[in-house]
Design a protein around this ligand. Structure first.
Ligand code: AP5
Length: 217
């Protein structure tokens, strides 16, 4: 099984990925996480991507696709089941993923599209806090930690993502609305698209993804 998690910033792609990878034994590939790791490691890709991500813009299709290929290659001998979180985001990336699916002989992915209103997305992103140590995610509005600023799991400090500020969020949403239409239309026309309400509680969304996948596969 291969899955793509598609949806606007803050729609719950990362949250659902954590639930799905354990249940379906998928290898999680998040382009956002990989780019943030490259920034922390100060690689050439990270140095090029840093300001782009902070502004809320997209890293170039070519750079992010090269990165994805280099992530799949060493894993492919061990698995043929991937969860692509945050890729593709543009019609060019959709075509690039078609090439990678063929290159690495993967089955065509089911594409989960999580729908959430912009108003809720803004609250989710401005309220998001991530543990600096164990990376657990909290939300000061929807799922607050027991003690403000402290991780319930490992007591590590909770931090905001640098692109979770109002200006970057607004740009991320603008770009999502500009780029997503053709991607959704193409996957819909191929019968690969599963659209779900992403505003329901995480466990409900997860159960609905499971039900939809059992029909898809
Ligand atoms: P990326 O890290 O992928 O960010 P994003 O797409 O903006 O999505 P987020 O991580 O903000 O949100 P999410 O959908 O994972 O939601 P989450 O589960 O965390 O990308 C970052 C940047 O990298 C991009 O802007 C771009 O610059 C670059 N990039 C990445 N991929 C790229 C690509 N392919 N091409 C070019 N550039 C790329 O949830 C959010 C919050 O909501 C959390 O607080 C969570 O607890 C809460 N929440 C989640 N689900 C629910 C629920 N059901 N009910 C209530 N609260 C919920």
């Amino acid at each position: 099984m291969n899955l793509v998690l598609f949806g606007p910033p803050g729609s719950g792609k990362g949250t659902q990925s954590q639930l799905l990878v354990g249940h379906y034994r998928l290898t999680h590939i998040s382009t956002g996480d990989a780019l943030r790791a490259a920034i922390r490691a100060r690689t050439p890709l990270g140095l090029a991507a840093k300001a782009v991500i902070e502004r809320g813009e997209l890293v170039s299709d070519e750079m992010v696709t090269d990165m994805l290929r280099s992530m799949i290659r060493p894993l492919r001998e061990q698995t043929d089941s991937f969860l692509f979180d945050g890729y593709p985001r543009t019609i060019q990336q959709l075509h690039n993923l078609d090439v990678l699916v063929e290159e690495f002989t993967l089955t065509r992915p089911a594409v989960i599209n999580l729908q959430v209103s912009d108003e809720t997305l803004v609250l989710r992103m401005t309220g998001r806090r991530i543990c600096a140590e164990c990376k657990n995610t909290f939300n000061v509005y929807f799922s607050p930690p027991k003690n403000a600023g402290v991780c319930d799991v490992c007591q590590g400090p909770l931090l905001k993502r640098v692109d979770d500020n109002v200006e970057s969020i607004s740009e991320r949403l603008r770009i999502y609305h500009e780029q997503s239409g053709p991607v959704l239309a193409e996957y819909e026309s191929r019968g690969q698209l599963i659209t779900l309400d992403g505003t329901e509680p995480s466990q409900v969304v997860f159960a609905k993804i499971g039900a939809a996948l059992s029909e898809f596969y």
